[in-house]
Design a protein around this ligand. Structure first.
Ligand SMILES: Cc1cc2nc3c(=O)[nH]c(=O)nc-3n(C[C@H](O)[C@H](O)[C@H](O)COP(=O)(O)OP(=O)(O)OC[C@H]3O[C@@H](n4cnc5c(N)ncnc54)[C@H](O)[C@@H]3O)c2cc1C
Length: 375
């Protein structure tokens, strides 16, 4: 769906991060990846820089622009810290669900605290995305309870479950033959239990945990969408586009580092670095165009391919950075940025929709022929 706030259909100017945030990310990027201590600080830092308001209409408390501006901001954060970019993505994607929901009570309760970063928004929709592709059954079930429901089940992975307070989105099996819905539940609702942080090999400051729901009360004000099958494809361009911001930022950082290393030593790699930079710029331009003009609403396949292309560019960029560095990449006293990016890059192919899921989905669509709805 084209964003009505924007009229420009060509491109979005890249904006630098505010200096305070840039300095904080530079100072803590290693710790954010390898330790959990700063997990509580990420959201307030991003909020203080006004990042959650980007791409949100001014009339709703945002700073205007459209989803392309949000993609650009997530990419700028990912250049410094993928942990912070993933927290940003989860939170901003939850904001997008609230924006695209037709539920005014939900908006009234959550939008302002989310924009201000006073409360964390988490998106537990991997399960739903896999459900839509027929890979997995829904892990949360609603039973009728008076005028509302009670929710039971759990989610194995969910990021931005801030210990100081969170609200999460999940797809839910509904009773009485109703279609699956997308619901919000707050971390402090009765019956919600958050696990300790998962023992991750990277992105450890991301507040990633499991969550269990035991007879959690839910009412009409908690409904994001009553029909997940309609809602999820509609939010998918923003969901996936902003997620691609993580790949874009990480690839840019690796290519910049590779180019700097080439300038000093391995000049033979320079052409490959520049070629990859051109491929990245081209993929970014196509992504921004498609997200903006609405074509990914009706044609998901080109967007899936772009997500795959960007993930491949990240892998190639990190590999070029390694090769341009040579053996020094193994020396801790030559800096830890490469090793961090190497670990961060391992997240890109597996974040939902994972490359495996996308490739299977594309195969299904091509088997269904050109009449396939998403082609
Ligand atoms: C650090 C971290 C944070 C996360 N945060 C969140 C979060 O905030 N919210 C959230 O919802 N999730 C989150 N996740 C989950 C994540 O997004 C993915 O769901 C998960 O990592 C990928 O799912 P998977 O392990 O099943 O791997 P997949 O890549 O889906 O699959 C693994 C294997 O399953 C098989 N397979 C997959 N699809 C099919 C198919 N269609 N048919 C047959 N076989 C198939 C293949 O053999 C494949 O190799 C997080 C994960 C990590 C690592």
């Amino acid at each position: 769906m084209p964003d009505t706030a924007a009229t420009d259909t060509t491109s979005v100017a890249r904006k630098p991060l505010p200096a305070d945030l840039q300095a904080w990310l530079e100072a803590h990027t290693q710790q954010l990846d390898t330790a959990q201590e700063l997990a509580g600080a990420v959201l307030p830092q991003l909020a203080a820089a006004g990042l959650f308001r980007i791409g949100v209409p001014e009339a709703l408390g945002g700073s205007g622009g459209d989803v392309r501006d949000a993609i650009d901001a997530i990419a700028a954060v990912a250049e410094q810290s993928l942990t912070s970019a993933f927290v940003f993505w989860g939170h901003r994607t939850f904001i997008e669900y609230v924006l695209q929901s037709s539920n005014d009570a939900l908006k009234a309760r959550w939008l302002q605290p989310l924009l201000a970063g006073e409360h964390a928004g988490a998106t537990g929709l991997s399960n739903a995305m896999k459900f839509l592709s027929g890979i997995e059954s829904l892990q949360i079930t609603a039973a009728q309870a008076g005028d509302g429901w009670q929710l039971d089940g759990g989610l194995a992975w969910i990021t931005n479950l801030r210990k100081e307070g969170f609200v999460a989105a999940a797809a839910v099996n509904m009773p009485n033959g109703a279609p699956p819905a997308v619901m919000a539940f707050a971390g402090d609702a009765p019956g919600v239990t958050r696990s300790p942080d998962l023992d991750l090999m990277a992105l450890r400051g991301s507040n990633t945990a499991a969550v269990w729901l035991n007879a959690v009360p839910a009412g009409a004000a908690d409904v994001i969408a009553l029909d997940a099958r309609k809602f999820l494809p509609a939010v998918r361009p923003a969901f996936l586009g902003m997620q691609c911001g993580m790949s874009i930022g990480l690839a840019r950082a690796s290519l910049r580092s590779a180019l700097a290393l080439c300038a000093k030593t391995r000049n033979t790699l320079t052409d490959r670095v520049l070629e990859l930079q051109t491929a990245l710029d081209d993929a970014v331009a196509r992504l921004l165009e498609g997200v903006h003009d609405g074509r990914f609403q009706s044609a998901a396949a080109p967007m899936f391919r772009l997500r795959i292309t960007l993930a491949e560019i990240v892998q190639a960029a990190v590999m070029l950075e390694l090769q341009a560095s040579g053996g020094r990449a193994y020396l801790r006293d030559h800096g830890l940025d490469f090793a961090r990016r190497w670990r961060e890059s391992a997240f890109i192919p597996i974040v939902t929709p994972s490359l495996t899921q996308l490739q299977i989905e594309l195969q299904k669509q091509s088997a269904a022929g050109p009449a396939s709805a998403t082609e």
